[in-house]
Design a protein around this ligand. Structure first.
Ligand SMILES: Cc1cc2nc3c(=O)[nH]c(=O)nc-3n(C[C@H](O)[C@H](O)[C@H](O)COP(=O)(O)O)c2cc1C
Length: 181
């Protein structure tokens, strides 16, 4: 069975989480991690599990202006934050969700965001989950958030939690397909 983890990331947090989720999935499935702008040719009908992640920007999914806003955070961090390769390439997850065809797979959505109650921070994962369901993807888990500190670094333990979440997604997908694991 085949899984793909698609992500958008400016500072690298969402990419790191995507890679950790893939490690968890990879215990029993072939898995690939793809930057969203490089996934436009994705043969979605060959995928059994599709996981999509993005950073939370301005309470939701990144937009052109919030992506530009990230550059200001990088400038202010004086070298502590770096821009990911291809971070400003399009489509981002928001644009990708509006063009992707019918998905018809199992799937899940995640984001990275600041540590505070979700009603204060917003959650990109919620918007991703809604977008995926509109494209006939059947969610195997509720939208999930992975947390960064005020300096925009993942807090300790989040990578391990992402690995475990990946394992859970894999188990759910195998269960639905009636495959022993
Ligand atoms: C322009 C901008 C807007 C942001 N807005 C929010 C927000 O509304 N809520 C939140 O929890 N975090 C917000 N953040 C923090 C990011 O979600 C967080 O740093 C995330 O981990 C970045 O992911 P990345 O490293 O994959 O780019 C914002 C960050 C930037 C750069």
């Amino acid at each position: 069975m085949r899984a793909v983890v698609v992500y958008e990331s400016m500072f690298g947090n969402t990419r790191q989480i995507a890679e950790a989720v893939a490690e968890g999935i990879g215990e029993r499935m072939d898995v690939e991690v793809m930057r969203v702008d490089l996934s436009t040719e994705l043969k979605t009908h060959t995928i059994d599990l599709l996981v999509v992640g993005a950073p939370t920007h301005a309470w939701g999914l990144p937009r052109t202006n919030t992506r530009k806003g990230s550059l200001e955070y990088i400038r202010k961090s004086r070298g502590d934050l770096r821009l990911e390769p291809g971070a400003d390439a399009l489509p981002g997850v928001r644009e990708w969700l509006s063009t992707v065809g019918s998905l018809g797979a199992s799937g899940a959505a995640f984001d990275t965001r600041l540590r505070a109650p979700a009603f204060m921070t917003g959650r990109a994962a919620k918007a991703i989950a809604i977008g995926l369901e509109r494209h006939s993807l059947s969610l195997v888990a509720p939208p999930e958030s992975f947390i960064v500190d005020r300096q925009h670094h993942l807090i300790v333990g989040e990578l391990e939690r992402a690995r475990k979440w990946g394992t859970y997604l894999k188990d759910q997908t195998l269960d639905r397909a009636g495959v022993d694991h």
